[in-house]
Design a protein around this ligand. Structure first.
Ligand code: MSP
Length: 474
């Protein structure tokens, strides 16, 4: 049996679940459901990134001990993932004792590539990284992503010798040993790789206590990204539980484009240092914008995902973020587009189709002869295997719209009126079976709606008592 390992970025715990986190979970869930239906055994990791300055400072601001703060926040994320019906199998917290122990073992294995040196430079706690003098100047001393001035830090740190691996990483990216999607991000990464200095991988305890202690050096804790990236391995048992070798290398690692650099440079370098294979694919999705703008607390345009979920329920949420949000590029969220997608597409195209067909079938006492061996069509599989999920979804939606057209053209109600029973039977059987095939493909995107549709056309046909997607406007 094929083993498929899918990972998602682990969110920082210093805020509430964000719409961007939902993108990671929904994309990963689509691939997980698709792979399971193909017969693969699937591991789908999720988790939380709980160390580092950002979180420590937030807890301090609130006057809560940091341990208590993270403990109180983690359930919000678990609830959120459950609300999205994302079918994860494993959850890792970077404050789990087992994770911490395994990260320390990882550190020890990487030791020959690590050295200690003094450093003075500009740091952004929002990004949790040092920026170069050039970058700092270009941005006038303020991080454009976090609108915070860079801090001048002078510290003794451990460094990870990225230079040991640069050539091999370049080769792995160029040869697609580690595929970076979308293709246009590959060039950006190769350019960054050339410019990448060795990475500082620890902070002095005098600056930061909230981290995994560096083994054999009480004066330092690990850099949050080393700790965080390692989650993908510790959660599957690395290094002490050999089960990890069943799952590693990951089939696909899903991250937003803002954190691709960590996943495409530091992470492969760590893996090479450990003597492990690189992930097969890193899928970097775009950012969700609000009314064309980056979401930010200071602008006050942050879209609350729970509010979006509440408006029309989960199917509408997944529909919008998996179809109208392109898998690879930045996309906009507006309430108007959301309303339109719900009313014009989910309600009009899919809801109506189910209602019409089920009512016609029931009224005419149709004996439904279901086709055996429902499966994925070749074209759909082609899109899924190349991780073009929004295009796969478009393809399924075309089928749904086509079925509506066919009903209009074939006018089964006229066949009924003219007592053309045999023709009516063939026509409805064809339409319903085609709908069930489309519904099978739809089920990875909208599992809840798909279950209801399979139920409507179960052993007996029962039109939904209330429409699947009640309309909210004319
Ligand atoms: N803790 C790190 C990830 C460590 S992974 C080893 C982190 N956390 S985060 O909370 O800032 O982001 C988590 C995920 O949410 C990332 O994939 C990020 O790209 C995604 N998004 C956060 N805001 C987003 C949008 N506005 N749009 C789409 N996704 C974005 O980075």
């Amino acid at each position: 049996m094929k083993h498929t390992y899918i990972t998602t970025a682990i969110p920082y715990l210093n805020g509430d679940p964000h719409i961007g986190h939902a993108v990671d979970y929904c994309l990963a869930d689509v691939f997980a459901r698709y792979s399971r239906l193909k017969g693969d055994e699937v591991k789908f990791q999720a988790g939380t990134d709980e160390h580092g300055n950002k979180i420590f400072q937030k807890a301090k601001e609130l006057g809560v001990p940091v341990e208590e703060y993270v403990q109180g926040n983690v359930d919000k994320f678990k609830d959120f993932i459950a609300k999205l019906n994302a079918s994860y199998t494993d959850f890792v917290r970077t404050t789990d004792k087992q994770h911490e122990k395994r990260v320390q073992e990882i550190w020890l294995k990487l030791k020959e590539h690590i050295y200690k040196a003094g450093y003075e430079g500009w740091y952004c706690t929002g990004c949790e990284r040092y920026v170069t003098e050039k970058e700092c100047k270009e941005n006038n001393g303020v991080c454009p992503d976090h609108q915070k001035p860079y801090e001048k830090l002078k510290e003794e740190n451990y460094y990870f010798r990225i230079s040991d691996f640069k050539d091999k990483i370049r080769q792995a990216i160029e040869s697609d040993e580690m595929v970076i999607l979308p293709e246009f991000r590959k060039k950006e990464i190769l350019k960054l790789l050339d410019e990448s200095p060795d990475v500082s991988v620890s902070r002095p305890v005098s600056q930061l206590t909230w981290g995994v202690p560096v083994p054999d050096d009480e004066s330092q804790v690990m850099y949050v990204w080393v700790d965080a990236l390692s989650n993908y391995l510790t959660v599957i048992g690395y290094p002490d539980d050999n089960d990890y070798s069943v799952w590693w290398p990951a089939s696909v690692q899903i991250v937003g484009k803002d954190i691709l650099r960590f996943h495409a440079i530091l992470w492969p370098a760590m893996l090479m240092g450990l003597g492990l294979n690189l992930p097969k694919v890193i899928l970097s999705h775009g950012m969700i914008l609000a009314d064309g703008q980056k979401m930010s607390k200071s602008v006050g345009n942050v879209v609350n995902p729970l509010e979006v979920l509440d408006k029309y329920g989960l199917d509408a949420f997944r529909y919008y973020f998996l179809r109208h949000v392109d898998t690879f590029s930045d996309s906009d969220f507006t309430w108007q587009k959301y309303d339109e997608a719900y009313n014009n597409e989910l309600a009009n195209d899919l809801g109506n189709l189910v209602q019409r067909l089920a009512t016609l079938a029931q009224k005419n006492n149709l004996v439904l002869e279901k086709r055996a061996n429902i499966g994925f069509s070749a074209e759909y599989q082609k899109y899924m295997e190349s991780f073009e999920f929004s295009r796969a979804f478009d393809y399924v939606w075309d089928k749904i719209q086509n079925l509506n057209k066919r009903i209009d053209d074939e006018k089964p109600w006229m066949l009924a009126k003219n007592n053309e029973t045999e023709k009516l039977n063939v026509c409805l059987n064809d339409l319903i079976n085609d709908l069930l095939e489309a519904n099978y493909e739809l089920s990875v995107f909208l599992p809840n709606a798909a279950d209801k549709i399979f139920e409507v056309f179960g052993d007996s046909i029962k039109p939904p008592e209330t429409p699947l997607f009640p309309k909210t406007k004319k």
